[in-house]
Design a protein around this ligand. Structure first.
Ligand code: TYM
Length: 334
């Protein structure tokens, strides 16, 4: 608990262009929960290094991600929005926790298997220990809840296992976090291959709607979305394309899938796709406008970064000191 509130922790990698999947699976839930909890939102730039980055572009992308969090409606005065790499406790706790994590556990991680298949020329140790750093992120802030999309559930499970293992030896050092997976939008699929997750690293740009796509691009991508030939707008396993569009429509318009089905009963796919695009654009437009405005507010953003880095470091270092002490590492003379 911080300020009598439960703690919520989450973040995104500062890589690639954020997609509608990132928004509906994560950011939208963060916005819903932000007032109820003491929240920490990280720009996960250390995790991004598991894949090669072009330094100048990477620096820009990480800063832009922080700006996007604010443009979407997260409040850097009420909650903490900061860079993971600015708080050295993340890397330090990650090392300590790696000594409590088994190779076999990490070997089972689906994301590791997928990423190593995709980047077979660069299967680095960071890619393998990625979940340990993620566990450190979460445990440093004694988080009660971690709102993520479905694809991160396994990483939450290993975080809990590591924390429980550590606590069983040293007492209650870490809060055991619960994943928070939203009802709608937890797994948005590619518009071009609705059996595959919408992903910022997809080579086919038509499969993903990016948060910075302009209105015409969104319309074009929705029109091109792969569907089926049965002509009925209903949610069903055998209709992954239409089901995905229904999921997007209902999440963007804040209505249930059942109500969306009713709204489009008897209508054609063409009209439906246009309505989906409109619903998406209604979400993206205000965010993009605010993002453009904030880009010009350099001093304000710099101030936010400084203030929030300190806020994050204060909490993180408290937990790190506790873990170090329990482990028997020599204390630094004051
Ligand atoms: P990342 O950057 O891949 O994704 C950020 C968030 O977006 C969600 N997401 C999706 N949700 C629904 N449909 C999709 N198609 C979709 N694609 C992505 C992800 O589930 C995630 O919630 N490892 C994390 C970053 C991270 C983190 C943390 C998260 C590092 N440390 C500590 C929480 C707590 C990641 O790669 O997310």
């Amino acid at each position: 608990m911080i300020n009598d509130k439960k703690v919520l922790y989450s973040g995104m990698q500062a890589t690639g262009n954020l997609t509608l999947g990132n928004y509906l699976g994560a950011l939208k839930n963060w916005l819903d929960l932000k007032d109820e909890y003491e929240c920490f939102w990280g720009v996960m730039d250390l995790h991004s290094l598991t894949v090669r980055q072009e330094p100048a572009e990477f620096r820009k992308k990480a800063r832009n991600l922080l700006i996007l969090y604010i443009a979407a409606g997260l409040d850097p005065k009420e909650n903490c929005i900061y860079f993971q790499s600015h708080v050295s406790a993340h890397a330090e706790l990650s090392w300590l926790l790696s000594c409590f994590t088994y190779m076999g556990e990490l070997n089972r991680m689906t994301q590791f298997k997928e990423k190593s298949a995709k980047h077979s020329d660069n299967i680095n140790a960071g890619l393998f220990t990625y979940p340990v750093l993620m566990a450190a992120d979460i445990l440093l802030y004694q988080a009660d809840y971690v709102p993520v999309g479905k694809d991160q559930k396994q990483h939450l499970e290993i975080t809990r296992d590591i924390a429980e293992r550590f606590n069983s030896i040293y007492g209650d050092v870490f809060t055991i976090p619960e994943p928070y997976i939203g009802k709608g939008g937890a797994k948005i699929m590619s518009l071009q291959d609705p059996l595959k997750k919408m992903s910022k690293s997809d080579e086919n740009v038509n499969g993903s709607i990016y948060l910075m796509d302009d209105a015409d691009t969104v319309v074009r991508k929705c029109k091109r979305a792969v569907t089926d030939s049965d002509g009925e707008i209903r949610y069903a396993e055998e209709k992954p394309g239409i089901s995905n569009l229904l999921e997007i429509y209902s999440s963007c318009s804040n209505i249930s899938i059942a109500d969306a089905e009713k709204e489009f009963a008897g209508k054609g796919y063409g009209d439906f796709k246009l309505a989906v695009a409109e619903a998406v654009n209604a979400v993206l437009a205000p965010m993009q406008k605010e993002y453009e405005r904030l880009q010009k507010e350099k001093d304000f953003i710099d101030g936010i970064i400084k203030e929030n880095d300190e806020k994050a470091a204060y909490i993180a270092n408290k937990t790190l000191r506790k873990a170090r002490k329990k482990l028997g590492l020599t204390e630094k003379p004051r």
